[in-house]
Design a protein. Structure first.
Length: 109
């Protein structure tokens, strides 16, 4: 599945620590690793992370991010976990509707 930088960060944020068998945990770890920004992406996108109150805020140059997507493999064993995590997430906003549809609605088919 092709994901933008914003979608990758949002997905990384909504997936809670995993519990399960060895294969499931390995699949979740591999997913987290594939979502992470590479050092090249961090430099290319002028990515910054800063502490804001009790949370962390991320920013990058949106002009450089246009068309910047990465193919992320979503293992079948992890797809229901992602869907449940998104449904339970607090703080999703209107701009996350496409993201929601790509994961939750696709899983419900």
């Amino acid at each position: 599945m092709e994901l933008t930088v914003a979608e990758r960060l949002l997905l990384f944020r909504v997936i809670p620590p995993a519990e399960g068998d060895f294969l499931f945990l390995r699949a979740v770890r591999a997913l987290r690793e594939s979502l992470a920004l590479s050092p090249e992406e961090i430099a290319e996108l002028s990515f910054e992370q800063r502490q804001v109150g009790d949370g962390v805020r991320y920013s990058w140059n949106p002009e450089k991010a246009v068309g910047h997507v990465r193919e992320i493999e979503i293992p079948a064993v992890v797809a229901p976990y992602i869907s449940r995590s998104i449904l339970a997430a607090k703080g999703l906003q209107e701009e996350h509707l496409d993201f929601y549809g790509r994961f939750v609605l696709e899983e419900q088919k």
